[in-house]
Ligand binder design. Structure first.
Ligand SMILES: [Fe+2]
Ligand SMILES: [Fe+2]
Length: 276
């Protein structure tokens, strides 16, 4: 993949963790399985879908016809992890098809699409690559079709460094620490590896928008498009659900790129009342 490939874009969309196939994530309004069975959206998915449509309208309005690239941040399909029953299909091809139907309106008009490899227990060794291939992601740096574990993308004078994973935490009051740690660690690794040091770091995986910047670099985590699964309730018990994406403006080649986040909350925890 060429450094400089995205140099002619004004915007970059950072979008990930759609987990197609999950009963708790974004899915098309109506879907036909391989054998022709219709599958619709449950109540939560209807709420998530309405925010997905709002996000698409928000992107269209903000981008305003300017050239843009999309970085798909991984976890495009749910797979069948931890023996979950919270999927509407086990079929990889149906999960892939659903992901493509959801993503296509965002990716099709883009000048370039890049794919980051998600978590293996969701996306397998190579299943996600089919989504990326169909969304127009080019050959990976090793000449094969699959997402990159680590994408270093030169955009004008800026170097973006995108990877899926970052530590998650159930201690939300400490979540900013993880952002600074991830950014500082990678800057140090790049220096020790005698590589150019990126100034924008993109991450996903923790399903929670986050942004940390200092005077020379910034790190941003994209939100997800999935509510808490049973497994999620175990590992991040108190987490509230947010969905969304991040839009980077890279038009000013001399300043750290700026970003806006689209964030919505499709579900709120219910309170049970007894007595007066
Ligand atoms: Fe995820
Ligand atoms: Fe992940």
């Amino acid at each position: 993949m060429d450094e400089g490939q995205g140099a002619d874009v004004r915007y970059i969309v950072q979008l990930g963790d759609i987990h197609a196939g999950s009963t708790l994530s974004v899915m098309p309004e109506s879907f036909l399985t391989t054998d022709g069975n219709p599958v619709g959206q449950n109540k939560l998915q209807k709420a998530i879908w309405s925010h997905w449509l709002k996000m698409r309208a928000w992107l269209t309005e903000r981008i305003g016809g300017e050239p843009y690239a999309v970085i798909l941040m991984g976890d495009m399909i749910e797979g069948k992890h931890h023996r979950t029953q919270q999927i509407w299909t086990e079929s990889p091809s149906e999960q892939i098809e659903a992901a493509c139907q959801v993503l296509e309106p965002v990716c099709e008009p883009a000048r370039a699409v890049f794919g980051i490899r998600g978590t293996e227990c969701h996306v397998g060794q190579d299943r996600e690559s089919v989504v990326y291939y169909r969304m127009g992601v080019g050959l990976s740096s090793d000449g094969r079709y699959h997402g990159e574990h680590h994408l270093r993308l030169r955009v004008g004078s800026h170097l973006f460094s995108a990877a899926h994973h970052i530590g998650a935490t159930s201690r939300s009051y400490l979540e900013a620490s993880g952002l600074g740690i991830a950014m500082g660690a990678e800057m140090l690794e790049a220096m020790m590896g005698d590589e150019s040091v990126a100034d924008v770091y993109l991450r996903a995986h923790r399903h929670r928008y986050g942004y940390f910047a200092n005077s020379s670099a910034a790190l941003c985590v994209s939100p997800a498009w999935q509510a808490l699964t049973n497994h999620g309730h175990k590992v991040v018990t108190g987490a509230r659900v947010e969905v969304g994406c991040v839009l980077w403006d890279v038009s000013d080649r001399n300043k750290l790129p700026t970003h806006e986040a689209f964030i919505a909350r499709p579900v709120k925890r219910q309170t049970v009342c007894i007595g007066g």
